[in-house]
Design a protein around this ligand. Structure first.
Ligand SMILES: [Cu+2]
Length: 301
């Protein structure tokens, strides 16, 4: 009797420790702010957005070497910099935001212009690919959806489509994860508005090697995506690059590190006839912007 009671007590203690550890781990994971030292070189500055594009080395535990635009917390820190400056600073990541703080200039170096940089400026891209403009009919593309079924954009004819491009492993909360959050918000708003019942959301991954249909299914679940109204597409790398390129999406994959994908952001509204209504660049738009622009398009259904 006392033996089994001892076992019960021992089990309770083990359970209490396990639960306690679990809570501790959860609170550690939830702790809002993560900081990472960042060392890099300023490539360009966008003063009105308080941003600089920084080419930086690997950020341990977060991302490989990349060239990306970063917002500065302090305008004064950005104001003292110019392209070519070598900097040290801290990348601060909170749940829904990312920015640089404590940035100090440590030197200067001539700017390199590798091919990827030419693409970033868009000059080469514009010449090589016919960028879609409002009024143009989108290409059909060739994709596989989250269930593994083949799809083209033609399958969405009859619905107004809001389209964006992401990859699920994107490490920066203000990039692909922001597109996902905005789409989740738009999905909820669409459900609440009967006049927008024919609007369909489409998210295309430009990392098809990792973003398999199964990965996209998991991702959709995490976003609470209603797959009747929100489709996730992947497929062949070249087919996706050709399609995405028409919207002005550039993707540079580092052959030496498959996690390293340098990319920009594009989101588009496409009419039920497959004609581009509007293309948004970057992460400056809000769900409200899209919903306001959808109203006249979707009501014309
Ligand atoms: Cu991203």
């Amino acid at each position: 009797m006392s033996g089994s009671r001892a076992v019960v007590v021992a089990l309770t203690v083990v359970l209490a420790i396990a639960v306690g550890t679990l809570f501790f781990m959860r609170s550690a994971v939830r702790s809002d702010e993560h900081t990472y030292p960042i060392h890099g070189q300023v490539q360009s500055i966008t003063a009105d957005r308080q941003e600089a594009t920084v080419k930086h080395g690997e950020i341990k535990g977060l991302m490989p070497a990349m060239t990306m635009p970063y917002r500065f917390k302090a305008k004064s820190e950005l104001d003292s910099l110019k392209p070519g400056d070598v900097i040290d600073g801290t990348l601060v990541i909170v749940s829904n935001d990312a920015f640089l703080s404590g940035v100090k200039k440590t030197g200067e170096a001539p700017l390199e212009k590798p091919p990827a940089e030419t693409l970033v400026t868009g000059s080469r891209l514009d010449k090589a690919i016919a960028l879609l403009q409002p009024g143009d009919t989108i290409p059909d593309g060739a994709f596989v959806n989250q269930t593994g079924r083949k799809q083209t954009m033609k399958d969405f004819r009859g619905s107004t489509v809001v389209l964006t491009f992401i990859y699920t492993r994107c490490p920066l909360p203000t990039f692909c994860p922001m597109m996902d959050r905005h789409f989740a918000t738009i999905q909820e708003r669409l459900k609440a508005d009967a006049s927008l019942k024919h609007v369909h959301l489409v998210t295309v991954s430009f990392d098809p090697v990792r973003d398999t249909p199964a990965v996209l299914r998991t991702h959709a679940k995490e976003l609470d995506a209603d797959l009747r109204r929100w489709t996730f597409l992947t497929g062949d790398v070249k087919a996706i690059d050709d399609f995405a390129g028409r919207f002005g999406v550039y993707v540079v994959r580092n052959p030496n590190d498959e996690r390293d994908i340098t990319h920009n952001l594009r989101t588009a509204i496409i009419g039920p006839d497959g004609v581009v209504k509007k293309i948004y660049t970057g992460n400056e738009w809000t769900p409200d912007d899209i919903l306001a622009d959808l109203k006249p398009v979707a009501n014309a259904d």
